[in-house]
Write a protein of this length. Structure first.
Length: 168
């Protein structure tokens, strides 16, 4: 197994801090307004912001493990296993997330995860914590974006596993 870390970019840290601040402010205002609102609404406004932060944290990518036959996306909960046998190419793609449209997923809280679409490229699944380090994996039927801290080393190691040391 070859581990690769996935650190949060400055942009992701700023987005996460901003969103967390808003969510905590919503919960704090609900706590402070004991007399002004229905108890069910108040409880909802206290619980939901913390639940959103918790869910975002559970899906946060911590790194990637390059195994013999798959890549393991390390998350606090629900790790993802990506088989490498069907891969046709792997390359650095630092511009991939630029102008991408999120169709289902998370757009900045602890990273960019889920399904995205980009004009001229099509649909892809992202497990990205630092868009500048994005690596794209392509097979016949899908495209996956990852962001290891050392994208060149990741690409080289994966190409060696695939038996392809040349760059496409």
């Amino acid at each position: 197994m070859q581990p690769f870390q996935a650190s949060l970019s400055r942009k992701v840290v700023i987005i996460t801090g901003f969103v967390a601040g808003i969510l905590i402010a919503v919960a704090a205002s609900a706590i402070a307004s004991q007399r002004d609102m229905n108890q069910t609404a108040r409880a909802t406004l206290i619980v939901l912001p913390f639940a959103a932060l918790g869910v975002g944290l559970l899906f946060r990518v911590r790194g990637y493990d390059l195994e013999d036959d798959h890549i393991r996306v390390r998350r606090i909960a629900f790790p993802v296993r990506l088989p490498i046998a069907a891969l046709k190419s792997v390359e650095k793609a630092p511009e991939l997330m630029n102008r991408s449209v999120r169709t289902f997923g998370n757009g900045g809280l602890f990273g960019f995860y889920g399904r995205f679409w980009k004009p001229g490229l099509g649909k892809f699944t992202a497990y990205v914590t630092n868009p500048e380090n994005t690596v794209v994996l392509k097979s016949d039927d899908r495209m996956i974006a990852l962001s290891p801290d050392q994208p060149r080393a990741f690409v080289q190691a994966l190409r060696e596993k695939l038996g392809r040391t040349t760059h496409p």
